[in-house]
Design a protein around this ligand. Sequence first.
Ligand SMILES: C[S@@+](CC[C@H](N)C(=O)[O-])C[C@H]1O[C@@H](n2cnc3c(N)ncnc32)[C@H](O)[C@@H]1O
Length: 226
Amino acid sequence: MSVREEFDDWAADGRDKGMEDRHWNTAKNVLARMPVEEGDTVLDLGTGSGYAVRALRETKGAGRAYGLDGSPEMARNATGYTDDPRVGFLVGDFDHLPFADDSVDHVFTMEAFYYANEPHEALREIARVLRPGGTLFCAVNYYEENVHSHAWQDNIEVEMTRWSAREYREAFREAGLHVAEQDNVPDRDTEIPDESEFPTENWDSRDAMVERYREFGTLLTVGVAR
Ligand SMILES: C[S@@+](CC[C@H](N)C(=O)[O-])C[C@H]1O[C@@H](n2cnc3c(N)ncnc32)[C@H](O)[C@@H]1O
């Protein structure tokens, strides 16, 4: 199944907003760390509901904020959630970014990068469109060290790339990006029930749930363009 078929369905049944609610718990902390300055051009890859571009306009004063998504329905929904004339949504693929060389100040991507058909090519594309000194904030919950995420591929037909933290760093460097930092951003907002309530429908033990949300959280890799 293509990205378009899979995620058009998600957009049609409201899962874009559901993802926004879940991902915001860590995405808000990642966005706060981005060194976006007034007037900067920012790009969100795999934008879903477009919450990140709205936030970067509202909290950081980005001059232009673009959200790109492979699903036309996601882009259509996202367009409907804002009337900001400096926000734009595009349908496109990570492997062929419709932006000129050195034209973007900062790139954000949350829970989307691992769907790239050619992740190495996607990183080269990001390095190409970023201005020297521009940053890539790449946030993923699906990655090798997060053992709680491994089964996610069973529920989705689009092929997902499961890299380790080290593989992310190596791939960034191969694409010509300096790795400025890499860490786990904990989700402190997802409610974890009291010990007596385990096992729950989704979790065998409280320890496992704590590990997933409070320890592993979101893997963030920050790249800087040369
Ligand atoms: C799991 S959702 C995450 C959406 C949003 N970033 C969030 O945090 O809620 C992944 C999004 O990436 C998009 N996507 C996946 N692969 C893509 C690709 N190769 N090119 C462009 N968009 C893609 C999907 O259509 C979907 O909207």
